[in-house]
Write a protein that binds this ligand. Structure first.
Ligand SMILES: *Cc1c(COP(=O)(O)O)cnc(C)c1O
Length: 388
């Protein structure tokens, strides 16, 4: 520690930090609505925070800036490449999260098929509409089915109308609200049926990209099923105090956008210039300390918790459901107070909880009890009004 920077906080400022810590501790106990795993311990890595680590540039190219963790970043990418059955010629890096990975994938798609139209479903994450504006890419939103999957008929019809323009497909591997997985086999069949040979497929697998490799019977989601790139969040299923993620893409695609930069002596293949060097270390640590077996166990127990939540809710008369291999438990929107207390995300008339590894039964029980109390409260006859 640098002594120069110690003891300069005022009493009041220090108190604010203490209060913040207490607030975080309380809120963390009521954290059911977002897919961020808080079951982690990276304290062994804290000494690395004392250095100006920066992973600027391509993780595979030696940079003039040597305070980096490129070697660890490459191992993280290799791990994901293995789990996703990527071809030999694969490239990737550790991003700031799912959004950057989606931006990267769609950027590649747009560079490879500059005239292309991007297709994505209504249930797609909000980041994608923004990315399309950034890229100034032509795009068409496709209808979703009620369960959150893309509407294949609408997709087929729309593709048919625009057969002269190559499609860039954003495929959801686990939608944000309903955990729905767009069926890659069906999408390929549609393309084949229309004799469309030039296309690009990016998979948004923010949460489920770290679930499906560890279940026995996964829906099609990886490079074996004809994707060109994929984005996965690191702070979701793996868990990290700093948002992060990985993006993987076929090397032949990345070559088209690589530019050499003299200032840092490396290849500018990434979106950000300066890049986080700590998060690759966190992900590497998680991979090495838990291993495939550890991830498998975490996924299995989280799926069991999702099953528990659906059963418990349904027994109590709440219409809850989830997709196969999904931790996202969908149910009708609840009272604002309840939603706020448990930090539950809503969209129109539905709400969801996500049974991440840190979620425990008592929390699900407490949430359900609150929901039932709220319903009974409103059913109670109002004073001065006849019941019924
Ligand atoms: C969370 C999420 C994203 C965005 O990921 P960030 O890591 O928050 O940037 C994108 N797509 C889906 C389906 C998500 O669930």
């Amino acid at each position: 520690m640098n002594a120069k920077f110690q003891g300069c906080l005022s009493h009041g400022d220090r108190r604010r930090l203490t209060t913040l810590l207490q607030t975080l501790e309380t809120e963390a106990d009521h954290f059911l609505g977002y897919p961020c795993n808080r079951a982690f311990d990276y304290s062994e890595l804290f000494p690395f925070l004392a250095y100006t680590i920066n992973n600027v540039g391509d993780p595979n190219v030696k940079s003039l800036y040597r305070l980096n963790t490129h070697e660890f970043e490459r191992e993280v990418v290799d791990f994901f490449a293995g789990q996703l059955h990527a071809p030999q010629e694969i490239w990737g890096y550790v991003t700031n999260g799912g959004t950057e990975g989606n931006l990267y994938g769609l950027y590649l798609g747009r560079e490879i098929l500059p005239q292309g139209i991007v297709y994505y479903s209504e249930d797609t994450h909000y980041s994608v509409a923004k990315i399309l504006r950034i890229l100034h890419a032509r795009s068409i939103m496709i209808k979703s089915r009620p369960d959150g999957e893309i509407d294949y008929e609408d997709l087929a019809e729309t593709l048919k109308i625009h057969r002269d323009v190559p499609p860039i497909l954003l495929v959801n591997i686990g939608t944000t609200m309903k955990g729905a997985i767009d069926n890659l086999d069906k999408i390929h069949a549609i393309l084949k049926n229309l004799a469309i040979h030039d296309f690009y497929i990016h998979a948004d697998a923010a949460l489920s990209g770290m679930i499906l490799p560890f279940v026995d019977n996964p829906q099609p989601f990886d490079f074996r099923h004809g994707i060109d790139s994929i984005a996965i969040s690191g702070h979701k299923m793996i868990g990290s105090p700093l948002p992060c993620g990985v993006v993987l893409a076929k090397k032949s695609h990345v070559r088209q956008i690589a530019r050499s930069v003299e200032y840092v002596g490396t290849l500018d293949t990434t979106i950000s210039g300066s890049r986080n060097g700590i998060t690759p270390l966190f992900l590497w640590y998680a991979i090495c300390s838990r291993g495939v077996e550890g991830f498998r166990e975490a996924v299995e127990s989280s799926l069991q918790m999702a099953r528990y939540a659906v059963d418990k809710f349904r027994q109590a008369g709440v219409d809850a459901w989830r997709h196969r291999n999904s931790l996202t438990v969908v149910f009708p929107r609840q009272a604002e107070e309840t939603l706020k207390r448990w930090q539950i995300a809503v969209h129109d008339d539905i709400a969801h909880i996500i049974t991440m590894p840190h979620v425990e039964k008592w929390q699900i029980d407490a949430l359900l009890q609150e929901m039932l109390d709220e319903t009974n409260h409103h059913r109670r006859p109002q004073p001065g009004r006849p019941a019924g």
